[in-house]
Design a binder for this molecule. Structure first.
Ligand code: IFM
Length: 455
């Protein structure tokens, strides 16, 4: 498999993880439980009853893990901070031990020439705040701003790249309307309300980041998805595409970049809510200027019109999701470099901002093999996915999208939320019994591509 595509000078090559998915040490050094610790303990919520209790034990293995990043030639590492480590009571006293962990991580990265990209919230909300309603409670904008000040105040002298939220679609609609993530609610209106409060918290935190870090590059990471209808769509199919696009993409693109929700989203959900959660002045807060946009994308979405279909997402009346087109990854996700290209171009046009692809990758049922040169994971499917999506990203650049970098998801196999440890996304294999790390063939190929750009 040869890959010759070249990216512009300065294009940044990285890999990403998230706190709850890799750290483990959930009860160490003062960390309090998060909503994910609670959710994992509920029978039937996570495959095999697994949790992030130990995960990749990254909390105790920072030097080893950063050494692997260095071996791969990574130029940047995207990780998230666990709010329950930093402010275990949600608001109030800062836990110095929690700050110290991230401070050591940042120093180790910088010592190795790796640029830290820090995400403030990747879903591990302190349970104490979950008990107060979590993202349904409007006060969370102030709780999040306080937490942001604590983290950026401590690390902003060394970290310049700040992302407020990871994939607010998942921490709102997937969590409060579809019930697949913590806290597992299934209420269409709660999805809308939590999405609004997430964006309000984001907008409230942006100036806090700038106050605490003069040369900050401030961002939010969304997970937009290109929505396709059937071939030769009817007008009704096109309406289904519009509805799906509103609740998957427009619900964030609108407030963040255009200062307004799509009117048709408000109209399509008017029978569910009077939208009183959107208060005067909110949209101006949410529309705070950003320096770049993070895009996480893995697959497109396919829908069609189906008379009478009741979709659990708000505004999804008469919308039916259709089967993904093969080939599929181990997640059952459609492999579509075209979809990746199209949503990158769209995200660029909607935001008018430089873009980092802050996550992209694929899960496969990897097998570790022992050969003459030691252990290895031969994962040609992951490498092919990487090549196809990098080519698509380059095509998006050629088509006008200002894409500044790519972060492979994930640096290492980890806790894949409701799927537990059953899905492996890493370019590094993790043996969960021994915590041994092994760079997969795809990781070696990623390292080769990076080195070719550095030559
Ligand atoms: O593992 C997740 C990550 O936490 C957020 N983006 C998608 C990944 C794969 O599902």
């Amino acid at each position: 498999m040869t890959f010759e595509t070249t990216f512009p000078d300065g294009f940044l090559w990285g890999a990403a993880t998230a706190s709850y998915q890799i750290e483990g040490a959930v009860a160490e050094d003062g960390r309090s439980p998060s909503i994910w610790d609670t959710y994992c303990a509920e029978p039937g919520k996570v495959l095999g009853g697994e949790s992030g209790e130990v995960a990749c034990d990254h909390y105790h293995r920072v030097p080893e893990d950063v050494a692997l990043m260095k071996e791969l030639g990574l130029e940047a590492y995207r990780f998230s901070v666990a709010w329950p480590r930093v402010i275990p009571t949600g608001t109030g006293a800062i836990n110095q031990a929690g700050i110290d962990f991230y401070s050591r991580l940042v120093d180790t990265l910088l010592d190795n020439g790796i640029r830290p990209f820090v995400t403030l919230y990747h879903w591990d909300l302190p349970q104490v705040l979950g008990d107060k309603g979590g993202w349904l409670n409007r006060d969370i904008k102030d709780w999040f701003a306080e937490y942001t000040g604590a983290v950026v105040g401590a690390l902003g002298d060394r970290v310049k790249n700040w992302t407020t939220l990871n994939e607010p679609w998942c921490s709102s609609l997937l969590s409060y309307s579809l019930g697949h993530h913590a806290p597992g609610h299934t209420d269409p209106v709660e999805g809308l309300v939590s999405a609004h409060h997430l964006m309000l918290a984001h907008g409230t935190a942006v100036p806090v980041i700038r106050e605490n870090c003069a040369d900050a590059e401030v961002s939010i990471t969304l997970n937009p998805t290109q929505v396709y209808g059937p071939d030769n769509p009817t007008d009704a199919d096109l309406d289904a595409v519009r509805r799906a696009d509103n609740v998957l993409n427009g619900i964030f693109f609108g407030p963040l970049f255009h200062g307004a929700y799509p009117q048709s989203l408000l109209d399509d959900t008017a029978h569910l809510t009077d939208h009183a959660y959107i208060q005067d002045g909110d949209l101006a807060v949410i529309n705070a200027p950003l320096d770049n946009l993070g895009v996480n994308n893995y697959f497109p979405t396919r829908v069609r019109h189906s008379e009478g279909a009741v979709h659990p997402l708000p505004g999804g009346d008469n919308v039916e999701e259709t089967e993904p087109h093969p080939p599929l990854t181990d997640m059952g996700w459609e492999i579509s470099p075209q979809g990746h290209h199209d949503i990158l171009v769209r995200s660029s046009q909607e935001s008018g901002l430089p873009i980092y692809i802050t996550e992209n990758g694929s899960a496969w049922p990897d097998v570790i093999e022992t050969g003459p040169k030691g252990e290895a994971v031969h994962d040609p499917d992951r490498t092919a996915y990487l090549h196809g999506h990098l080519d698509a990203a380059k095509q998006a650049i050629d088509d006008g999208a200002d894409i500044r970098g790519y972060f492979a998801w994930s640096l290492m196999d980890n806790f894949e939320w409701a799927f537990g440890y059953s899905k492996r996304f890493g370019i590094i294999h993790v043996d969960y019994d021994t915590q041994k790390r092994t760079i997969k063939d795809s990781g070696r190929e990623y390292a080769r591509i990076i080195a070719a750009h550095q030559a």
